[in-house]
Design a protein around this ligand. Structure first.
Ligand code: FEH
Ligand code: ZN
Ligand code: ZN
Length: 359
């Protein structure tokens, strides 16, 4: 008598920080640990950074974003490879990696060129990447669609590597777009010295000859700016434009990186930029700037709205960090303290980048 082949699919659970519905606080829940298929890779998460965008996602009204809860949050992830799908070629279990987060469709011209952060089908996907509509890395394990989205980190600590995949990569990509304006004798202003701004200062100092000025509303952020290598820092006040211009001998700054993106910071940027200056608006503060001709903006102003970065750039960022040129200031929280970390970030009470780790 032939036995009936009964195969029992065992499932193993894991903890994950889930957005279960719009308008609800994220919660730590037990979910099924994913199993990699085809070319997928399972990463054991060692560190997951917390970004202001996570707060925007959690606080967003239903329909404001194209995502469909429930899903696991976390788009800044580092760890080691725990399992491989049968069609993977190259990655090895145990390899230490950081996850490239802005997953695109993988088929359009932009994705084919390695610019998944500018996927042509971005508005059709229903998600923006890991932890942004797709299951993310605020969890014990993360399923990554392809080894293509993994960058080796060697012996770089995971809590350094994770923030570099978003805060570091986003800053690096924004600076890459301004690099032609950052030669000898130039000045760059960084507005907002938090998780991204403090890394932008370090990247500017490590990769350009520019003189770096920092602006923030918090004294402790100016201390972080100095620690990061800014040559000058000042609080945001009514006369900040004059103070910054004075630092340039009156001509104005060559480039501004605005990591706040509020109306006040955009207007400050417009006031301090020299003719032919460059403004990169990185922060999602929802601020407005009137663009009109004739108008108050400096002639020749070039405006960029950079988003995240590319896979080759992430490789460069990791290489910079491994050379010792980048040091992420972090505050650690166990996964179980994710709600506290979100609260601290909302209140502006995180120095550098909050990183969730096992525990
Ligand atoms: C992610 C999703 C949407 C807007 C901005 C972001 C950034 O945090 C990615 O760097
Ligand atoms: Zn982010
Ligand atoms: Zn695409």
């Amino acid at each position: 008598m032939t036995g009936i082949g009964l195969t029992r699919a065992w499932t193993v659970n894991m903890r994950a920080v889930r957005l279960t519905a719009w308008g609800r606080e994220p919660t730590l829940a037990e979910v099924e640990r994913p199993v990699p298929r085809e070319a997928e890779v399972l990463v054991r998460v060692e560190a997951a950074g917390l970004c202001h965008s996570d707060v925007h996602v959690v606080d967003g009204a239903a329909g404001a974003l194209p995502y469909r809860p429930p899903f696991t949050l976390g788009h800044e992830v580092a760890g080691h490879i725990a399992a491989l799908g049968p069609d993977t070629d190259g990655p090895v279990i145990g390899d230490r990696v950081v996850v490239y987060g802005p997953w695109g469709c993988g088929a359009c011209a932009r994705c084919a060129a390695g610019l998944e952060n500018y996927c042509d089908r971005r508005s059709d996907l229903g998600w923006h990447g890991v932890g942004l509509g797709r299951d993310g890395g605020m969890a014990e394990y993360l399923l990554v669609p392809s080894a293509h989205h993994l960058v080796p980190i060697g012996d770089l600590p995971a809590d350094q590597a994770a923030p570099l995949s978003d805060a570091g990569l986003t800053s690096f990509h924004a600076i890459a777009g301004l690099r032609h304006a950052l030669g000898e004798g130039t000045t760059a202003a960084v507005i907002g010295v938090g998780g991204l701004g403090h890394l932008a200062i370090q990247i500017l100092r490590a990769t350009t000859p520019s003189h770096v000025l920092a602006v923030d509303i918090r004294e402790e952020a100016l201390a972080l700016a100095e620690w990061s290598g800014a040559q000058f820092g000042t609080l945001m006040k009514p006369d900040t434009a004059r103070v910054l211009r004075t630092r340039t001998g009156g001509v104005g700054v060559d480039a501004v990186l605005d990591f706040a993106g509020t109306t006040a910071t955009l207007e400050l940027a417009a006031e301090v930029l020299r003719p032919g200056g460059e403004l990169a608006v990185v922060g999602s503060g929802g601020g407005r700037l009137v663009v009109r001709k004739p108008g108050a903006l400096p002639p020749g102003l070039r405006l960029a709205l950079p988003f995240w970065g590319t896979i080759p750039e992430l490789t460069e960022v990791i290489s910079l960090a491994r050379s010792g040129a980048l040091q992420v200031e972090t505050e650690h929280f166990p996964l179980s303290a994710a709600p506290e970390a979100f609260g601290r970030l909302r209140q502006g009470r995180v120095r550098g980048r909050a990183v969730l780790g096992p525990g």
